[in-house]
Structure formats: C-alpha cells, structure tokens
Design a protein around this ligand. Structure first.
Ligand code: AMP
Length: 180
C-alpha cells in the first residue's frame, strides 16, 4: 500500500481559480485518505494551498526545501517534518527517496523539471514508480500533446509515455496512483 506521495506543483497561485480549487481538493483527498504528502515545503502558491488542505484534512506533511529558499518560498510552519537541504538537486533526490509514487499538479518550469526528473529516471530504469499528471481544466494539454509528438517522432517509447497516468479529477487521480 502506497503511503507517501511526492507532489510537484507551482510555487505561485497562477491566475485561474479553478486550478487552485483542484489543488485544494487534491490535498484534502490526500489528507482524508491518511496519506503523507512529500512536497517542496513552501507555504506560497499552489504548494501552500496543497499543504494547508492536506493538513486540515488530517494528512501528514513532509517538506523538502533548499536552505536558500526557506525565506523566499516561506517554509511551511505547520509541516510535520521539514528537511532543509543544500541544493535544488538534493531536494529532488530526497523527495524521490521519501516518495513511493508521484503526482504533478499545475505549475511552471520548476514543476516541469521535477516531472521530467521522474520520467527520465523511469525511462533509464533508475526508478520504478507510478507517476500521475492531474490535467485540471486542460492545463497540461500542450505538454501531453508534446509527449505524444515525441512518440510519433520516434524519440520516446510508447511504453515510457504510458507510464504517465493522466486524469482530470483529483479523486480519480488518487485511485489510479494508489489502487492495487
Ligand atoms: P514552479 O513550477 O516554477 O512554480 O516551481 C515549483 C517548485 O519547483 C518551486 O518550489 C521551485 O523552487 C522548484 N524548483 C524549480 N526548479 C527546480 C529544480 N531544478 N530542482 C528542484 N526544484 C526546483
């Protein structure tokens, strides 16, 4: 049974309230299921929305944040654990050590970096874990299109592409990630 989920998402709130709401619901569902959220540790933007919702619903929250980002991203004061690391690279390594599966919510290039760290690790056989993309309101459609274009172009194995589980609803996303 998967207990800890590494979640990557934006450090900003963006400008579509529907994405904030999907993020909040995802955090709440995680808390209700008694899951541990492993995330970037901040209290701003979608990361903050996610952690707050998970905490309020009774989930466990573990942050991993580089020392240089503790002030900038405002390390969450209520997290059960906050790991302060030296670099962005160490953040990804530790998040991957602490997580049994991964989910990507809306975000910017930092979120993309984390998604592709996980996907490339799976492609190379360094990692074998479920990874989901929560495609709230079609936000990730262009990215999904690009991955499919890579398959059509012969640059990405279909088997690797298929490792990315895509859902639009938080509850279904969690079912896909956690079901036996
Ligand atoms: P963004 O999607 O750009 O809002 O970034 C989401 C989170 O990813 C933020 O907490 C960033 O600090 C973090 N981030 C950005 N680049 C990296 C990286 N190279 N390695 C690890 N985390 C990163």
């Amino acid at each position: 049974m998967i207990q800890s989920l590494g979640v990557f998402c934006a450090a900003r709130a963006g400008n579509d309230p529907r994405l904030v709401e999907s993020t909040r619901v995802f955090g709440e569902m995680m808390g209700r299921r008694g899951l541990t959220l492993v995330y970037g540790g901040g209290s701003l933007g979608l990361m903050g929305t996610l952690a707050d919702a998970c905490l309020h619903a009774g989930g466990r929250v573990v942050g991993v944040i580089p020392a240089s980002m503790v002030d900038k991203e405002q390390a969450h004061p209520d997290a059960h654990e906050m790991h302060v690391v030296e670099s962005m690279a160490q953040r990804k390594i530790l998040m991957m050590e602490l997580s049994e599966a991964y989910c990507v919510l809306p975000g910017g290039i930092g979120t993309l970096d984390e998604l592709f760290e996980v996907l490339t690790s799976i492609q190379l056989g360094f990692l074998d874990a479920r990874v989901g993309l929560l495609n709230c309101d079609g936000y990730w459609d262009p990215q999904i299109w690009m991955l499919d274009a890579m398959v059509r172009g012969g640059f990405l194995y279909e088997s690797t592409r298929e490792r990315l589980l895509v859902e639009t609803e938080p509850e279904r996303m969690l079912d896909a990630l956690l079901d036996d």
